[in-house]
Design a protein around this ligand. Structure first.
Ligand code: ADP
Ligand code: MG
Length: 247
């Protein structure tokens, strides 16, 4: 039986009110099976980041429900939601979001400290070693390349061993070599550790690493394809869908 780490049921998300009201998600139902890698694609403004934020409990939807590990997020109070996010969910941002005054090791141990734990040095070293940066533990973000900073951010997202890792355009600011490394890392979370990965990307090469691609347009899921993929096939599919309305 397939178990789902995350489910979304008829999720609607709205920003603003009155004449400035924007429906960012317009009834999205989907599920992310445990131990799978999903890519979310779609035009700018189609609701990809909102989908990730709702699924990760960073935003609360206006309607519908989200479950993580079988727990309904809308039934949790703020403290319980914060705990669940900290224990079960990792989030990787395009802009890395590292704290510039802290070393790589201090950034990585932050989620454990926020959870009230005293991290063992070996835990932090293991997380940095998993992203190939054990010897950079004492470096601050400004002393690391973009690719290295994103790997530190991934180590930070992994140190709590979350069931699911959400990544919002994690390779958007990286060159192709650094992107390749980050994508192989995300792939290995799924293949070697059975974690669930959901990644927003614009890049067909990045999306081709996934098992499944969801396509969003105007806050709705408009297509879903399962791999394996080649980057060329992903690019063709996306072009087709983008062109469809004007044909
Ligand atoms: P994507 O990540 O696909 O580019 P988003 O989820 O960021 O799309 O945005 C979906 C829609 O919601 C867009 O129309 C965007 O302008 C709007 N939106 C996103 N965040 C906010 C916000 N904080 N306030 C108002 N509108 C927002
Ligand atoms: Mg976005």
């Amino acid at each position: 039986m397939t178990t789902h780490t995350v489910t979304l049921t008829e999720v609607r998300a709205v920003y603003g009110s009155g004449s400035r009201r924007v429906t960012a998600l317009d009834g999205v139902t989907t599920a992310f099976a445990s131990g799978t890698f999903t890519a979310v694609m779609g035009p700018s403004g189609s609701g990809k980041s909102t989908l990730l934020h709702c699924a990760a409990g960073l935003d609360r939807p206006a309607e519908g429900s989200v479950t993580v590990d079988g727990i309904r997020l809308d039934e949790l109070g703020e403290n319980a939601l914060t705990r669940l996010r900290r224990d079960r969910i990792g989030f990787v941002f395009q802009a890395f979001n590292l704290i510039s005054t802290l070393t790589a090791a201090q950034n990585v141990e932050l989620p454990l400290r926020l959870a009230g734990r005293r991290p063992a040095a070996s835990e932090v070293t293991a997380a940095l070693a998993a992203v190939g940066l054990a010897e950079r533990a004492g470096h601050r973000p400004g002393e690391l390349s973009g690719g290295e900073q994103q790997r530190v951010a991934i180590a930070r997202a992994l140190v709590t061993r979350p069931a699911v890792v959400f990544a919002d355009e994690p390779t958007g600011a990286l060159d192709s070599a650094a992107s390749g490394l980050v994508l192989r890392l995300l792939r290995s979370l799924v293949d070697d550790h059975g974690q669930t990965v959901v990644m927003v990307t614009h890049d067909p090469v990045a999306a081709a690493h996934a098992d499944r691609i969801l396509l969003l347009a105007d806050g709705r899921l408009v297509d879903e394809v399962t791999g394996p993929f080649t980057p060329a096939a992903v690019a063709a599919r996306i072009t087709d869908l983008t062109l469809e309305p004007s044909c």
